[in-house]
Design a protein around this ligand. Sequence first.
Ligand code: AMP
Length: 503
Amino acid sequence: MNVASWLERTARMHPDNAALLLGSTVVADYRKFRQEAASVAAGLIAAGVAPGDRVAIFAGNSVHYLRALYGIWYAGGVAVPINAKLHANEAAWIIENADCKLVFVEPRSRPALDKHSPAITSLDDVELAPLMDMAPVDAPIAREASDLCWLFYTSGTTGRPKGVMITHGNVAAMTACYFIDVDTVEAEDAALYAAPLSHGAGLYNFMHVMRGARHVIPASGGFRPDEIFSLARALGRIHMFAAPTMVKRLVAASPGKEDTAGIKTIVYGGGPMYLADIIDATRVLGPRLAQIYGQGESPMTITAMAKSMVSDRNHPRWRDRLASVGRAQSLMEVGVIGSQGQSLPCGTVGEVVVRGPAVMAGYWRNPDATAAALQDGWLRTGDMGSFDQDGFLTLKDRSKDVIISGGTNIYPREVEEALLSHEAVADVSVIGAPDDEWGEIVVAYVVLRDGATADEGALDAHCLESIARFKRPKAYVFMDRLPKNNYGKVLKTALREDWRQRA
Ligand code: AMP
């Protein structure tokens, strides 16, 4: 099977459905999208790309991005999406590590890559248009479920990134789980790509291609709340992935009910969504939020919580459930294990493991890292969590983020939740800092809301109301904003470094 066969099938069944949109303007229906992708494939084959060859895309979001992706898959190639915000040298490292045959780039990054790359095609009208005019291939080149489809480099905070090998079969399982556990998709829907296509957001294209729905690239190419609300008004039934910080910004910018009416679904995930924030979001954005917990190594496919559960305020355990990441997705097995690898009962915190058809084939040309991540068929996620009686998984932290103070485990997330429920606190991140007496102490980095005031004493008193005494931060640092990566994740390594310098 080849994921491009979904585009082939949709284009035959619904050729006139709108497919690609730039802002609210339709630039291709499914007949045209299919032809353009099949023509790009012909161009790639003419350039020497054989089935299984890697082709990188180093670019921000654009309509061409989707044409390039499907062109690669029609040709039987493997897409290597590279975060557009990386430095050219970092991109060059990935291109070389993946042994790419060809690279699609934004014209502006071309000069920096020219000396590194085998063959470069600019993702613009000048260089892509002639490809799109070539005689198209008849059909996608046949692939096995075990063949590589998407080689995604993890944004590891230390060391070199690793190439996560996602097969056509992995994508099929992920897509099936989405329909079973997360949401329905209809032809009238519109996938809005406000987060980078090179990351998780790009994976939502598959369900929307399968159903003949619209794919919308915002004219700004990125995330602008007012633009999103205006597209929602103009297009209706929009679907988007939003990292927790993006959800917060949407909530803050939401002008009112008529603007949210055009939003069908917002899938949140990619990092912890704090209870206070998700409660706010369900109030302001309505019953439109669904959650997914996944990681590059099991993309979008570990646990999920459908919209009906996220918004079921009358359920007696609604708050507990909202603080969780939902239940195991239907084609996957999810477990929690102890330090000896033993399976742990409900209510006990351990490392989350997952196995099933969406789990990666391994890391590209990196058997040691593969052996460490995949053990006895299970993927070690590095996340700590516990199940409740109903099968809802609550994450505590990444295993490496757990703070051990006086021999006791403290999960930063719990302390962060407690601090965030204080009205003056806008954002917070908690780390463990080395300490002679305790081994580690809890340090809180806090961003206050505009105009709000709260000192250490007030925050300490507030923590005492909701968490155990020993979990309270022993030190506070107040900041204007927290250091975050391109996907909105707080860089705890930067905070640890900041603390080291202060100490
Ligand atoms: P990445 O591989 O960059 O997508 O990062 C995956 C990691 O993000 C996971 O291992 C979790 O630590 C975190 N993560 C992903 N989804 C969620 C979620 N819904 N809630 C909390 N953390 C999440």
